[in-house]
Design a protein. Structure first.
Length: 223
């Protein structure tokens, strides 16, 4: 087994750090298996009407490959955030939606965590704030596949705050055609939103993967 810690430098305000334990490149080329990987990264809140996104892919050498930070029109980054939360924010209310997704090498979304944060500001304070989370996962036709094990969401301050730190969590397990035992695969997602009355908002994401394969990719973003 080959253990490695990889620091990945981002662009346009994005960053990611990956710490992984996986098979050597030659062995992985045969088995396509890369062991467990932890990924972490941050993105700034994009300008109004835009979304910011980034992808990290498990490469042929089992090392995470950091993609570019991309700014695209809001709503075009991922269909999964459509319908999240309560829709468009009311006039004068700020809103930020995030996505934190794992896809396999066939571009099938395995697991995903989505949040919608809304807040109002006045006189340099966050008057009120709330974050709501939603989880999605892929099922197989014979009542198998990924399942939601546990989830949570919390804000450390809700009214009259200088700063609000929101955290959403979702843990998923898998039992299906690729592993009937349910012991090989597990994905755990964390999404964090920091709301500062003076400087705006930022997003941070973590994902812990019990087992990975070449071509798996982590997609994260906010709008």
């Amino acid at each position: 087994m080959l253990a490695a810690t990889i620091a990945l430098g981002g662009a346009s305000g994005g960053s990611a750090v990956a710490a992984g334990t996986g098979q050597g490149a030659g062995e992985a080329q045969t088995a396509k298996s890369c062991g467990g990987v932890n990924l972490s990264g941050s993105l700034p809140a994009p300008p109004a009407g835009m979304a910011v996104q980034q992808q990290v892919t498990i490469g042929d050498d089992c090392k995470p490959k950091l993609g570019a930070v991309r700014y695209v029109p809001a709503g075009s980054a991922t269909k999964a955030v459509e319908g999240a939360g309560t829709g468009a924010a009311a006039a004068g209310t700020h809103q930020l939606r995030t996505w934190n997704e794992m896809y396999d090498c066939c571009n099938i979304r395995m697991t995903g965590l989505y949040t919608t944060s809304t807040w109002d500001t006045a006189s340099g304070r966050v008057v009120d704030a709330a974050t709501r989370a939603r989880q999605e996962w892929n099922r197989e036709p014979w009542n198998a596949g990924w399942s939601l094990l546990s989830s949570s969401e919390k804000d450390d301050c809700a009214t009259d705050c200088a700063v609000v730190n929101s955290e959403a969590y979702a843990a998923f397990t898998y039992a299906g055609i690729f592993d009937p035992s349910g012991t090989v695969y597990a994905n755990t997602h964390h999404s964090y939103v920091r709301i500062d009355a003076g400087s705006g908002a930022s997003c941070h994401f973590d994902v812990e993967l019990k087992h990975t394969f070449i071509g798996w990719n982590w997609r994260r973003g906010c709008e």
